[in-house]
Design a protein around this ligand. Sequence first.
Ligand code: CO
Length: 134
Amino acid sequence: MSKPILDHIGIAVDDLDAAIELYRDKLGFEVESIDEVPGFGVKVAFLPLGEGQVELVMPVTDDSAIAKFLSKRGPGFHHLCFRVDDLRAELARLEEMGIELVDKEPREGAHGTLVAFLHPRSTGGVLIELAQHI
Ligand code: CO
């Protein structure tokens, strides 16, 4: 992997409007976009932070991974996302090195990205997402 680039920090929220109010109106962030990502059963808001962004993630379906996370752990830090140039190649390289993949194939993320998650079991308990901007 070339030098890692932070794409975004994912925060699980159960109330997107309340979270936006906190980040925008109290913490001074700007909201760049709000979108649903049907493949993940979530609604997300992106808020620029330096070279990267904060992603506020709220479930819109009960069977989404985020809904399960919230019911188990409650709202809070959820994942780190690094930007990569060639997601397929990165997944193959990491799997070869013994990293367990949640997604063996790239999935459609927000804003025309391809994304995939690495399993926290093999990354020290931190859920890591990789994103390729296409
Ligand atoms: Co993310």
